[in-house]
Design a protein around this ligand. Structure first.
Ligand code: U2P
Length: 263
């Protein structure tokens, strides 16, 4: 039988090996532990498109009169209750063929509002959808287990809770002059959604609204975080690139540039 002094280094080595296997996330094999809840993150084109400085085909802000005027999807994010989140959970390269039947809906309701490719976990630079699937979708197990399910589930949840409609019906309509009480916007969503959202601002303009869900997609409160918004916020109306400096030709016709004219 080995002496006690010989057993101590052996025990330490075994403990270190076990620690390495468990990993810093507290899970076996270095895998990240299962998430606690989902956040559906929605972006407000009126705010983001104001920042567009140059146009490109991938940026929905550049679609002129076809640009989005309602909240669009940023992503469905599996999150932890401590305010952190897992990312890039297993190697699954985004494959656009898997979601070919959803592309029309995704172009409309989940477009990129920026030019430039997005970073991905496993496929270099790619589409915005590739970024969201590889970074967040792969961490949605065991609720969502494949790419198609990630996108169809997100679209379905988005369609179920129409935040733009909820705000419009409560009188919070897009405007480039009005300021609205943040508390009023939060209450309007709480009254309809029955849970507290998270609101993200860029200066005083609403940039994102996040709805949170238990793993069965029943609404739950988002984490009470320090909001990035002031007490009064704006919900900017979409202004197309060519329309930022409109010229009034007569009472009704507004000519923005050679391409965008509206009345
Ligand atoms: O908020 C800034 C960026 O951090 C990432 N984020 C934020 C909150 C959260 O719950 N989960 C999360 O991932 C987002 O990064 P993205 O998905 O855009 O790479 C968010 O934009």
């Amino acid at each position: 039988m080995a002496s006690l002094s010989a057993q101590i280094p052996l025990c330490l080595a075994l403990m270190m090996a076990a620690c390495l296997m468990i990993g810093i996330n507290g899970s076996i094999d270095g895998a990240q532990r299962e998430f606690d809840y989902f956040a559906l993150s929605l972006q407000w084109p009126g705010t983001i498109c104001h920042k567009t400085r140059h146009c490109c085909s991938s940026n929905a802000c550049c679609r002129g009169s076809n640009s989005p005027t309602e909240f669009t999807i940023h992503g469905l994010w599996p999150d932890y209750n401590d305010g952190t989140w897992p990312s890039c959970c297993y190697r699954s390269q985004f494959d656009v063929k898997e979601i070919s039947t959803l592309l029309d809906a995704l172009e409309k309701y989940w477009p990129s509002l920026y030019c430039g490719k997005s970073s991905t976990c496993f496929s270099g630079k790619g589409l915005f959808w590739a970024h969201e699937w590889e970074k967040h979708g792969t961490c949605s197990s065991p609720v969502i287990r494949d790419e198609y399910s990630y996108f169809i589930t997100t679209l379905n949840v988005y369609f179920k809770y129409n935040v733009t409609k909820i705000l419009n019906e409560a009188g919070y309509v897009p405007s480039n002059s009005e300021r609205y009480p943040l508390g009023g916007i939060v209450s309007a969503i709480e009254n309809s959604f029955r849970a507290t959202p998270e609101v993200i601002c860029s200066k005083e303009a609403v940039e994102e609204i996040r709805l949170c869900f238990f793993k069965d997609f029943k609404p739950r409160n988002c984490l009470a975080s320090k909001t990035s918004c002031p007490k009064y916020v704006s919900l900017p109306a979409y202004v197309s690139m060519g329309c930022k400096f409109p010229i009034l030709l007569d009472q009704n016709i507004k000519c923005c540039d050679a391409f965008f004219c509206s009345n």
